[in-house]
Design a protein around this ligand. Structure first.
Ligand code: PLP
Length: 411
């Protein structure tokens, strides 16, 4: 939950639905790091959740061609027929999932897909089960939609995965959704079929609970990890599962703002109502680009994955070499989520005591000039997230600074 930078001002009172929600802590840390850079400090930012690669040229060309053809007007409300067809083909080709065009929605990023889904389904007080650590937007979106996030701690010992027992215990008559994200931002942990199976068995016994799966990092998995998605694994749950995905991470298209989902027709229709009164439709040019991304050559994804893997290995090895830090090897995404439990209670050279993961990451920012995000931003402490979607040279420099700064802490 992000409760920083609460909105305040003379004579202004925000609506109660956003009063407990602030600007994302990740963005706040990024802004602070940028300000330090402007002061001339050589800060390395390992906070951003986006690939350092560029959007492939053939995708940019498709966008340019669309503009030249005059595809610069409003489109169909929740996706052009061409993009929906490309998404239908993608689901079939890569996930063995068959969706009709009216079971597919396209929005301005996967974030808006989640927003539409929660706004379209939650009544005040409806519960949404979210394993922690979670992507920061999950709980905030649920709260904006006046639902109640039910946060379940899943620590490193549990592989950062929800267990069937935890899920069973968390379900109440008010439960509307369970949100699962594999591979996960921030932990990089992924659910294989053997991890999903017991959870899906629990859900089969609770027909009022719907499942939202966020497959955003599907293509960024390592060591031969076999990616699966629940609606394919358990077809009996398909009519209450929303399978969310997008082009932001796999195709390095974060700025184009295209996300999509497949799900039951009635849900997709309700989500379109929300979209119709917020954005009207996703950007026409970006939709044309997304068609090219999903339908064009896919080979570069594996090349980029190999590059991410080399960086993952570099970061995990360096972190595990530091006394007081313990980093689980993530199956996917481009994040490490390491425990800094061993740092709590240590003292900085200026005499301050590290009492929390936020103190630790503040210390790293001030003393090592490296910006990382505390686990508290993702609902699980004491951990910190590194986004390793940056050059090896920069990572190496950042890791050596972190190592030196940690060595200066005294027990
Ligand atoms: C797990 C997860 N889901 C969804 C998103 C949102 O992606 P988009 O750029 O499509 O809104 C992100 C972005 O960081 C993410 O990490």
């Amino acid at each position: 939950m992000t409760v920083m930078n609460k909105i305040e001002g003379a004579g202004f009172a925000p609506a109660s639905r956003i009063s407990a929600i602030g600007v994302s802590e990740i963005l706040a840390i990024g802004a602070r790091a940028q300000a330090m850079k402007r002061e001339g400090k050589p800060v390395i930012i390992l906070g951003a959740g986006e690939p350092d690669f560029d959007t492939p040229d053939h995708v940019k060309q498709a966008a340019s061609d669309a503009m030249q053809r005059g595809e610069t007007k409003y489109t169909a409300l929740d996706g052009t027929p061409a993009l929906k067809a490309a998404i239908r083909d993608k689901f079939l080709r890569e996930n063995d999932l068959s969706y009709e065009l009216d079971e597919i929605t396209v929005a301005t990023g996967a974030k808006q897909v989640l927003f539409n889904a929660m706004m379209a389904t939650l009544n005040p007080g409806d519960e949404v089960i979210i394993p922690t650590p979670y992507w920061t937007s999950y709980s905030d979106i649920v709260e904006i939609a006046e639902g109640r996030p039910v946060l379940i701690a899943c620590d490193a010992e549990a592989g950062f995965r929800l267990t069937a027992e935890q899920l069973e215990q968390a379900i109440t008559p008010r439960t509307r959704w369970v949100m699962l994200n594999s591979p996960s931002n921030p932990s990089g942990a992924a659910y294989g079929a053997e991890h999903y199976r017991p959870l899906l068995d629990v859900l089969l016994r609770h027909p009022h609970v719907w499942l939202l799966v966020d497959d955003m990092y599907e293509h960024i998995v390592y060591d031969g990890f076999d990616f699966v998605t629940p609606a394919a694994l358990e077809p009996r749950l398909k009519d209450r599962t929303l399978t969310v995905n997008g082009v932001s991470k796999a195709y390095a298209m974060t700025g184009w703002r295209i996300g999509y989902a497949g799900g039951p027709k009635a849900l997709i229709k309700a989500m379109a109502v929300v979209q119709s009164q917020s954005t009207s439709c996703p950007s026409s040019v970006s939709q044309a680009a997304a068609v090219a991304a999903l339908s064009g050559p896919q080979g570069f994804i594996a090349e980029r994955r190999d590059s991410f893997k080399a960086r993952r290995d570099l970061v995990v090895a360096a972190l595990n070499g530091i006394d007081g830090i313990d980093c689980r090897v993530p199956e996917g995404a481009f994040y490490t989520f390491a425990s800094c439990a061993g740092m709590i209670g240590r003292t900085t050279p200026s005499g301050a005591r590290i009492a929390s993961d936020r103190d630790f990451t503040n210390y790293l920012l001030n003393e090592a000039l490296v910006a990382v995000v505390p686990g508290s931003a993702f609902g699980l402490s004491p951990y910190f997230r590194i986004s390793y979607a940056t050059s090896q040279a920069e990572l190496q420099e950042a890791l050596s600074r972190i190592t030196d700064a940690c060595a200066r802490l005294t027990a």
